[in-house]
Each structure stands twice: as C-alpha cells, then as structure tokens.
Ligand binder design. Structure first.
Ligand SMILES: [Zn+2]
Ligand SMILES: [Zn+2]
Length: 355
C-alpha cells in the first residue's frame, strides 16, 4: 500500500509502497477514509519533539488525524467489527492503567502517539493499525459517516477537550485564542458553540477572517498593535476568563497568559518548538497575584468522543467548516513543506490514498 514516509528528518518526504498492516490479537486494521494534515506532522518531520517522546526512528509513516472503516480485526477484539465506521484518536490508550480506568485515557501511562512513535505507524496510508481496538477505535453514530467525520482529527478533538473539559468554557466567558492555525480555528469554533465570547489573535488577516466566520466576535492582528495582550485586556475590560496558546511558541504563550484577568485560566494546547525545547519562562508572580491557573491539554479521551459527536450531529459543531481542501496522498509532502513559512490557511484533508 502507499504511505507518506519520513526517511530522514527535514529531508523531503516520500510516498512509497510498504506492507499492509496485520492486526494484533487485540488490534484492528482500518482503511483510512480521511486524514488531516497538521502542524504536528511538520514538527515530527523536523525531528522537533524528542523531549516529548514524539521522535520516531526513520523510516516512519506520518499522519495522526484519521477516520476510517474497519477491514480486519484481531481474535481478541469484542466490540469492533468489519465495516464499522470509526474515528481514531492519536492518543492510543492501554485501557487498563489507573488513568485509563479513571477516565483519563488521553494521558494513559502507556500512551502511544499515532504517527509520532514507531509503535504506531501513521495514517497517511491506505490502511492503519489500531492497537487495543475496543478502546481506541471510536464508533461513529449512524448519522455521521467516516467522510463527514474526517474534519474531526487531532486539531478538532484536541481543541474540544481543551475548551469543553480543561478550560472549561461556559456561557458568557471571555475566551481568547492565540494562534489561528488548525487547532486555534477549531478552538474558536468550539468555544463559540459552548457559549464563550471569543477573541482571536493571529498575524494573518486571512486567518482572522476565517476566525470571524467561525464565531469570533473580535479579532486582533498582533502585527498591527504594540501589545496584543493589552489589546485583549482592553477589549474585555480587565482581561479574559480563559486564554489558549494554540501554537506553542514563547510569544503566543506569553501573550495568552498576559491576556488573562484575575481568576483566569490558561490552557496550553500547542507543544513548543525546537526554539523553546519544552521550556518557556512565565510571569509566575502574576499567577499568584491574580490566582491564575495554567493547564495543559492533550488529545481527547475515546470515552468522551460522544460529547463532541453529539454536538456535530445537532450541527452546533461543524468540523467540515474548517476543511480548506481535500487532497491526495501525493500532495501531502508539499502541504507540509508549505507549513515551514506558516502560509497555510485552514486544514487540508487527505482523502485519496491509492491514486
Ligand atoms: Zn492506560
Ligand atoms: Zn494534528
């Protein structure tokens, strides 16, 4: 089958023929229906995330935002069968550790990152293997097929967990989202649906226009103001209730934290880059004086997908609104290359893996 292969960090990615996966006894194989192209793929390709454990030994198949259709299941799988249409979280869980048993499968003790670790080859491929399929293959409701769910990949489900569970956004909250890439735009859309008053911050007018279409009531072009954080404080008469850094660089993280008012909550959604290597210096005394919470957010528990999918079913959320284009597997390397200069808007989704 065809797959997008990382052969060497930072060197051009290649589409090549590799062996189809075989299911483990507790695993399943899905035909990939759609897989979003994400900045996280770009980071993995650059070899950025060694400090996070997301640095596979090449050669490795990239891609971590799939939906699919089950084509084969292992002997021990009980709840998944051939033909099932499924969403596939990138945060694979074991299902048996204390965290999994207590509803925190997204931060499982035995976490395997799909497409980021050698244990889980990625989904820019005709087929993908899902370990512990009874936990990690998330059935879609009848009204949402795998094609329609293709916009629900990592950026969307990650943003859902960040906004609905970690923040959590409630009606009337002033919510500021710094960085309007895939995760940021998803967060704008989801925070708006949860009743927040959303302010979007980015450097590109094109992305801010899209943020407005997705529900932002105000936007700030950080290039056009001296201090984007102060701008948000002014707009909100004292600071936002919730801020999110949806990019993961020092500037956006600090701007997000500094946008908050007293008793505010910051949610860190983006992982840092090779500049920061996981460390950003923060105004901790401000956290004390204002009683600010700083929270991390990773993926979404398979057991809580139903909350997000029910909002898609009732059209409160529309993951397709963020899909900028559909592409074939041979276009994936170029899409990732274009992310080097941050000049991509919206989310391309690969939907053709065999052409
Ligand atoms: Zn676990
Ligand atoms: Zn992603």
């Amino acid at each position: 089958m065809q797959a997008v292969r990382l052969k060497e960090f930072k060197e051009p990615l290649e589409v090549e023929d590799i062996e189809r996966p075989q299911p483990d006894p507790d695993g399943a194989v899905a035909e990939v229906v759609g897989c979003g192209v994400c900045r996280s793929d770009w980071h993995c390709w650059q070899g950025d995330w060694e400090w996070f454990g997301y640095r596979p030994d090449p050669p490795h198949t990239l891609g971590h935002e799939p939906t699919g259709r089950i084509v084969e299941v292992g002997d021990e799988v009980e709840h998944v069968e051939e033909g099932d249409e499924i969403a596939i979280p990138f945060n694979f869980a074991c299902g048996t550790c204390d965290l999994c048993r207590n509803g925190h499968e997204n931060i499982c003790e035995n976490h395997i990152g799909l497409g980021f670790m050698n244990e889980a080859p990625g989904a820019f491929a005709e087929e993908v293997h899902i370990p512990n399929a009874d936990i990690n293959a998330v059935p879609l409701p009848d009204s949402i097929d795998a094609e329609a769910a293709a916009g629900c990949g990592c950026r969307f489900m990650t943003s859902f967990h960040a906004m609905a569970h970690r923040a959590p956004v409630t009606s009337g909250d002033d919510v500021v989202i710094h960085g309007c890439g895939g995760i940021g735009l998803s967060a704008v859309h989801i925070a708006n649906a949860l009743g927040g008053n959303v302010i979007a911050v980015d450097l590109m007018d094109e992305k801010l226009e899209l943020a407005e279409e997705l529900g932002a009531i105000e936007t700030v072009n950080a290039r056009e103001v001296d201090d984007p954080a102060q701008e948000v404080v002014d707009i909100t008469n004292g600071g936002a209730d919730i801020s999110a850094d949806a990019l993961g660089i020092e500037t956006t993280c600090l701007n997000a934290v500094n946008s908050l008012g007293k008793n505010g909550t910051h949610v860190q959604v983006g992982l840092t880059t090779s500049e920061e290597e996981g460390y950003i210096s923060l105004p901790t005394d401000e956290f004390v004086a204002k009683e600010i919470d700083f929270k991390g957010s990773l993926g979404l528990q398979p057991s809580r997908y139903s909350e997000m999918l029910s909002m898609v079913e009732t059209s409160k959320l529309d993951p397709q609104a963020l899909v900028s284009e559909t592409i074939d597997i041979h276009q994936v390397p170029d899409e990732l290359e274009a992310m080097t200069d941050f000049n991509t808007v919206g989310i391309p989704v690969c939907t053709d893996f065999s052409s």
